[in-house]
Structures are given as C-alpha cells and as structure tokens.
Design a protein around this ligand. Sequence first.
Ligand code: GTP
Ligand code: MG
Length: 216
Amino acid sequence: MKSVEYSIDDPEFVKSSALMSECPPPERPEYAFVGRSNVGKSSLINMLAGRKALAKTSSTPGKTQLINHFSVKTADMLWYLVDLPGFGYAKVSKKDRVKWDRVSREYLTKRENIMCIMMLIDARLPPQKKDLDFMTWMAEVGLSFAIVFTKFDKLTLVEKDAMLPRYIKKMLTIWSAMPPHFVTSANKGEGKQEVLAFIAQTNQIYRGRPKGLELD
Ligand SMILES: Nc1nc2c(ncn2[C@@H]2O[C@H](COP(=O)(O)OP(=O)(O)OP(=O)(O)O)[C@@H](O)[C@H]2O)c(=O)[nH]1
Ligand SMILES: [Mg+2]
C-alpha cells in the first residue's frame, strides 16, 4: 500500500507584525515556531514549505525580528506558519530582549488560533536551562507544545543514537510524560513527513470544532 506523502501548497509570506494587534485575523489554524536565536526556526519553515527563501535565514543570530505570518495550504485547508523572533540572543540589547520576550509571551498566550507551539531545540546541545525554563513556563500557563529537534545532520552516528534518550531522560525528571517530539534536519529534509503529518492531524481538530464556539 502506498503511504501518504505530505507537502505544502501555495506557501506565501503574508506580513511581518510588531504587535499582536497588527497580525492577520485569527480565522484559521496556526502553528507558532519558537526557540533560541539561530536554532533554525526560519530554516525549518522553509524546509516544510519546500521553498529555499520563504523565511529569511542567517548564520548571525537575531535575524527574525518580528512576528512573521506565512499562509500555507495542505489538502484543502489553509493555515498559518508563524516565525517568531528567537529568545536568549545575548547580543541584542537588554531592552530589545525584554521587549521581544514580552511580545512573544503575550502572543503565545493570547492568540486564540494557535493549535500547537513548535518548540525548536538544537539537537547538538545537552538540555539547556533556557529551553527547559521556557517549556516549564508554557506548561504552567497551559499551552500545548511539541518539541522539534533541529540540525540533526550535524550529529555523528553515535551522537544520533544518544540524543533522544538523553533528552527524554532529562525531561522525565521534570515531567511525567514527554510531549510529541520530532527529529529534523532542514538541510536533508529529515522529519518533514512526521511534522506535516502531525500538523495535518491537529488541523482536523480545528476543523471539528463546533461552529460559533471560541477556542479556549
Ligand atoms: N546543518 C544545518 N544547518 C542548519 C539547520 N537549520 C538551520 N541551520 C543553519 O543555522 C543557521 C540559523 O538558521 P535560522 O533558520 O536563520 O535560525 P533562526 O532560529 O530562524 O534564527 P533567528 O531568526 O536569528 O532567531 C543558518 O546558518 C542555517 O543555515 C539544519 O537542520 N542543519
Ligand atoms: Mg529566524
């Protein structure tokens, strides 16, 4: 039997917004990509969309500065991919860091059409306090998130085997269960099918919402 191959149609940049009030109306499901500067958020969006330069990427951290909406389509459903500025970039001024932290957290807690936050984590690094603290905050305020490990192609074979068990072990010292998680490489396309299958499944929950009811 042939398995389903997931891909995105008609990817399109919609707009960059400095404030939540400037964002496109929340009339379709949305997936927000968060994580430390340089972790590979914009690269992953390009990989999923099958476009090289839909979202701007850079080897210098701090490239994405605004809330960026990309309109995409899978099967017969329109949804948004959202690229948020990275957190924890030391070279951005303290004032800007505090401002972006506030804007991002407000966005994640108040934007009603976010179906799942995609929390990106660099697969090369041992569990980082900043990432663990951010996930703890999301769990505390009741936000659903999935973990997407990035840059998997940069690991040796031995490191590839050790990465996930090590991370899960650490997570289970904090929580009783591991959230949905995916291993990806923007360069090699690894994980694309798994992430898109997860989004397609989650989009069905949005579609199944009783009409006229707001999301929680
Ligand atoms: N080898 C490899 N390099 C990657 C991968 N993903 C991202 N990169 C590289 O990592 C750097 C940062 O990628 P970006 O996608 O710009 O990172 P970002 O998280 O959007 O960064 P900010 O916008 O600064 O927050 C770039 O040089 C990318 O080419 C990957 O899966 N494999
Ligand atoms: Mg970026």
